[in-house]
Design a protein around this ligand. Structure first.
Ligand SMILES: [Zn+2]
Length: 259
């Protein structure tokens, strides 16, 4: 088993802005967060591929809603967070577990990254990170079930991965996220350059994902709560003087909700 087998990652669109990331070789495919079965079934049919596994990051319906229909056609293993109510899981997993997909020659480590939901997980392997609604390009998920402290710790765990790691998030939110990031860090030159290149991708109908951990560290305000410019903006928003990174994170998360 190696992480260097030939495989491709293909985005399938679902709903308004979800991506169902599809890992495939010439014969088999696994899908991450199939909120809707139909785009997956259409793609499998069109490409003559056999589904071999389903991976879920968290329990929201736009990420797991298609699993039952997929499993009704083929009894594949379904991995997902042990700590969340997903009735279709066959293999509940959490931090420290490994997920092996032999048909694709892939192996992922499971990371617990709570915050968006109580027991949200990510899959990391083959230089790729599937992180659902926790880390977005230039943004992060809303805090529906976790605390700012949990989310900040989860994001810190992801930023400790190698800079070259490819980041596959669950939604195409990038341009709106960049608008907010520029309000937080108007003088960040990496961010200005990124705004132009991501807008160009969207104009020609391409996804802005995957990103990389290195790119996010330079341009994502939620990962930059130790930067003086981000601290200053958070204080301006709240009318306070603080520098604790979790408080800074909480302030810009709240600001983004109202932006
Ligand atoms: Zn979600």
């Amino acid at each position: 088993m190696s992480d260097t087998n030939d495989f491709e990652v293909v985005p399938l669109r679902a709903f308004k802005d979800n991506y169902i990331w599809t890992l495939r070789n010439g014969r088999y495919a696994a899908v991450v967060d199939p909120g809707d079965a139909q785009p997956v079934l259409d793609y499998l049919q069109q490409e003559q591929l056999e589904l071999c596994a389903v991976l879920a990051t968290h329990h929201h319906p736009d990420h797991v809603g298609g699993i039952a229909d997929l499993r009704a056609r083929r009894a594949v293993p379904v991995y997902g967070p042990r700590g969340e109510p997903i009735s279709t899981l066959t293999h509940p997993v959490g931090e420290g577990d490994e997920v092996e997909i032999p048909r694709l020659g892939l192996r992922f480590s499971v990371l617990d990254i709570p915050g968006h939901t109580r027991a949200h997980i990510a899959y990391y392997g083959a230089n790729s990170l599937f992180c659902g609604d926790t880390l977005f390009a230039c943004g992060c998920g809303r805090l529906f079930e976790g605390t700012a402290q949990q989310m900040a710790a989860s994001l810190a765990k992801l930023t400790a991965l190698p800079d070259a790691t490819l980041v596959y998030s669950g939604h195409e939110y990038t341009l709106a996220n960049i608008d907010f990031a520029r309000a937080v860090e108007p003088d960040n030159e990496d961010l200005m350059a990124r705004a132009a290149s991501e807008a160009e991708k969207r104009k020609s109908g391409r996804p802005t994902l995957p990103s990389t951990i290195g790119r996010e560290k330079k341009t994502n305000p939620f990962l930059r709560c130790l930067q003086p410019a981000v601290i200053a903006s958070a204080n301006k928003y709240l009318g306070t003087r603080m520098s604790d990174p979790v408080q800074v994170f909480a302030a810009i998360r709240e600001w983004k909700n109202e932006f």
